[in-house]
Design a protein. Structure first.
Length: 402
């Protein structure tokens, strides 16, 4: 077999936290799974591909999406697997696909899961238990406390500790919650009682992070690459657009944000994060969710994500397409409509359709790239919404993508 040393395999399962989370942990009320949504997100990994890379997805990427990406210079070889669990587990179960992957010289996963480590033929990934540890919000908070940073919370391990830690309005987080899942605002005694009753009924181990509800000006994320020998590289920052606790888009950092980052010593904090994850035994991509408070205080570590992320994807695509903004959009569609209709509707606009191959009635989610100067974002977004509506595709919950 000829090994394609210049090319790599790009794959991954987006609800990585689900596979890192210990099975014996109690769950918060209404902490529903986003598994169905996560299953359709892996085609976004095309944005990390270089020409000649193999992109492995759970379902085939629609030809119209492939064609649109190629027009932007994003090309890859596609291969799909039928995965009920992780994409990696489906590959492990298929000898012919495993053989195909071994023709490539590098494995570049979205995240390192237990299945990813078992799949790795390159000896290029960190230990799975280490990866799970450094992705816990408990670990992130302990690091922030050790560094003496603002914005830290309290880790609680019993109903009694939770009750004592709730002072005013707080946010209670599962250590492996992500993008608004397993994260609750607790602001009244009634809500607190509902949470404690749910926890007490489960007879499971409790581990939760309690943080103040911050008076926030803006969210952002910092990105770095940590190498196996401990060296690290700062990749940049991205503005984040959140709806409630859920991430719905990323954008280039504003001049205001860049100035704050420079004045606050934020990059030095990222250096401390790199040193800590490296000491724990991790190497690879790291994203740090951060915040600027209304009074100008920078909260540099809300959580550490030792994996790839949508913010990193947007940062990479911004390098290819200056002005790029990532925008998540939920659509209602009629029977027989799909992503081809989305692509047709936005043709002629400065928009890249990044995902949505599985879009079908009654609706689903697509990710779009808006490519324009900051001053034109609102106009372009309005034009997209109008074009989709004219094609019979109804956006749900439209928000500002800036």
């Amino acid at each position: 077999m000829t090994v394609r040393r210049g090319s790599g395999v790009v794959l991954g399962t987006f609800d990585a936290e689900r596979w890192w989370r210990p099975e014996d942990l109690a769950t918060l009320p209404a902490a529903g799974s986003a598994e169905g949504v996560a299953e359709s997100m892996d085609e976004l990994l095309a944005g990390f591909c270089a020409p000649g890379d193999l992109l492995v997805t759970r379902r085939p990427v629609a030809p119209a999406v492939v064609e649109g990406l190629a027009a932007c210079g994003i090309t890859f070889t596609g291969h799909s697997v039928d995965a009920d669990g992780t994409v990696e587990s489906a590959v492990l179960a298929d000898p012919s696909t495993r053989e195909l992957l071994r023709a490539y010289g590098e494995l570049r996963p979205y995240a390192v899961l237990p299945d990813t480590v078992r799949l790795d033929w390159t000896d290029g990934l960190p230990d799975g238990d280490v990866v799970a540890e450094v992705n816990s919000k408990t670990w992130s908070n302990e690091l922030a406390v050790e560094l003496g940073l603002p914005g830290t919370g309290t880790v609680v391990r019993s109903v009694e500790e939770l009750t004592a830690a709730v002072d005013g309005t707080v946010v209670v987080k599962d250590p492996y919650g992500v993008s608004g899942r397993a994260m609750l605002e607790v602001g009244t005694p009634g809500v607190l009682r509902a949470v404690t009753r749910t926890l007490a009924r489960q007879d499971r181990r409790i581990e939760l992070l309690v943080q103040p509800k911050f008076d926030k000006r803006l969210d952002f994320s910092g990105h770095l690459e940590v190498f196996r020998d401990g060296r690290w590289e700062f990749l940049g920052v991205q503005g984040m657009n959140n709806r409630g606790f859920r991430h719905i888009g990323s954008a280039p950092a504003s001049d205001e944000l860049l100035a704050l980052v420079e004045r606050s010593g934020y990059v030095d904090v990222l250096g401390s994060v790199a040193k800590a994850v490296s000491a724990a035994g991790y190497w690879g991509p790291v994203g740090v969710d951060s915040m600027v408070l209304a009074n100008g205080t920078v909260v540099p570590i809300l959580e550490v994500n030792a994996r790839r992320s949508l913010g990193l994807l947007a940062l990479r695509l911004e390098r290819r397409m200056p002005g790029f903004r990532l925008w998540q959009l939920d659509l209602r569609v009629a029977e027989g409509q799909g992503v081809e209709d989305v692509i047709g509707a936005v043709q002629g606009l400065d928009v890249v359709v990044l995902s949505g191959s599985g879009l079908a009635a009654p609706g689903g989610r697509v990710y779009l790239g808006l490519v324009c100067p900051s001053a034109e974002v609102g106009r372009l977004q309005d034009a997209v919404v109008a074009a989709l509506a004219a094609a019979g595709l109804t956006p749900r919950g439209v928000v500002d993508a800036a």
